[in-house]
Design a protein. Structure first.
Length: 403
């Protein structure tokens, strides 16, 4: 296989299975929409926002999250959201991403006269328009290249405040006597039910996710929501092991039937395990063996992890090195294209340099992304699509043998 360079990485067919829509806007679009909706920004220039908000590095997680205050504020009507989703797809297409599952919390955009259903349908329109345009290209239409496919993952939140949006505020207003954890659980059930209904109505909803602070907000509180998704055969991914230890990953797998794990950064960290587990090393070994045997794919977000976890300043220390050694199923993701100032191609390029990956290893990781996707079609359609992707990737890499 040829040596990998930036141009070759860009040409290869890629996926992004873990990317947040509200973390992936174009800055000029953010500025334009903020002016249109009278939303105050720290700066109204690309350079100013890059300096003040959307940086290459951050002091801590709160600073990293600051940008979402502005992006979610402009995602306030169907026109804005459709545009953001459409442009998001164009940016992915431009760097060779052929399959993307964009995730977002629809309740964050709910306002008077703008329902959760309308939020999801606005994203759906943007994704479809971008896909239809791309797939009309002669080389795609004639089957010479794989088509562009997009799906949506709806996010439930482990924790939220009523001030975050009118959508979340309504839970506090409607259930003033409820324990706050009941509110979080109820809100998640609403997301799961909406995801199933909208999928059945023909929207590009392919799965659900659970996001937000892990410590103190266990996955088990959201069992009902995930059972609804599980019984409806929706894809299930969970943010786990990002700011809490291996137990959080186990909860995602055991309590929520997770098919994939978002991040999994602390999978191998004994010091993150609580004291009640006596043999911590054995616990991790059993968990890793389970993940390996069941081919649970880990959605790896290198740049994002570096920006929010000080211990990972040296990228070669990222647990991906151990994931690779254990031959776990991993796929490279951006998490947030804007907030982390990255692309899938950039993530792969950084991994190649930090871990000395071979072209074969990169190829296999890319294929994992397609195989472990929550593809919005039948199993036979997915197999055919993956086969086309493999053949296309092998042509780019100069391979002729079948896989």
């Amino acid at each position: 296989m040829p040596a990998l360079n930036d141009d070759l990485i860009r040409k290869l067919p890629k996926t992004d299975l873990h990317v947040h829509l509200d973390g992936s806007l174009r800055i000029p679009t953010l500025i334009e929409l903020a002016k249109q909706h009278n939303i105050k920004l720290p700066s109204y220039t690309v350079e100013g926002l890059r300096e003040l908000v959307f940086k290459d590095s951050y002091k801590n997680l709160p600073e990293y999250l600051e940008g979402f205050l502005y992006t979610t504020a402009v995602m306030c009507d169907k026109e804005a959201i459709e545009r953001i989703a459409y442009e998001f797809c164009l940016d992915n297409q431009a760097e060779g991403v052929r399959y993307v599952e964009v995730r977002f919390a629809p309740q964050l955009s709910v306002r008077d006269g703008f329902t959760m259903t309308e939020v999801v349908k606005a994203v759906d329109r943007g994704l479809r328009r971008a896909a239809q345009e791309f797939n009309a290209r002669p080389e795609v239409r004639d089957g010479l290249e794989p088509k562009f496919v997009a799906g949506m993952i709806l996010c439930a939140m482990r924790y939220f405040e009523g001030t975050w949006s009118q959508g979340f505020g309504r839970f506090f207003d409607a259930m003033p006597e409820a324990d706050r954890f009941e509110l979080y659980s109820t809100a998640s059930v609403e997301v799961a039910r909406a995801a199933v209904r909208l999928r059945d109505e023909g929207c590009l909803v392919v799965g659900i996710d659970l996001a937000g602070q892990e410590k103190g907000y266990p996955a088990g509180d959201h069992k009902h929501a995930y059972q609804i998704a599980h019984e409806a055969f929706l894809g299930k991914t969970v943010h786990a092991g990002e700011d809490y230890g291996p137990e959080s990953i186990f909860q995602a797998l055991g309590d929520l039937h997770a098919d994939r794990i978002g991040h999994g950064t602390w999978l191998f960290s004994e010091d993150k395990i609580q004291a009640h587990i006596a043999d911590k090393k054995a616990y991790i070994e059993s968990l890793v063996e389970y993940i390996a045997d069941k081919r649970i794919t880990l959605e790896v977000c290198l740049t994002s992890n570096q920006q929010t976890v000080p211990e990972l300043a040296d990228l070669s220390k990222h647990p991906f090195a151990e994931m690779r050694k254990r031959k776990l199923s991993t796929t490279f993701c951006t998490d947030n294209r804007l907030v982390s100032n990255t692309t899938v191609s950039n993530e792969i390029g950084r991994a190649v340099k930090a871990f000395d990956l071979t072209a074969r290893e990169v190829r296999d990781s890319l294929i994992y992304g397609f195989k472990r996707s929550f593809f919005p079609g039948s199993y036979l359609e997915k197999r055919q699509y993956v086969r086309q992707v493999i053949d296309y990737a092998d042509r780019i890499l100069g391979r002729t043998e079948s896989s």
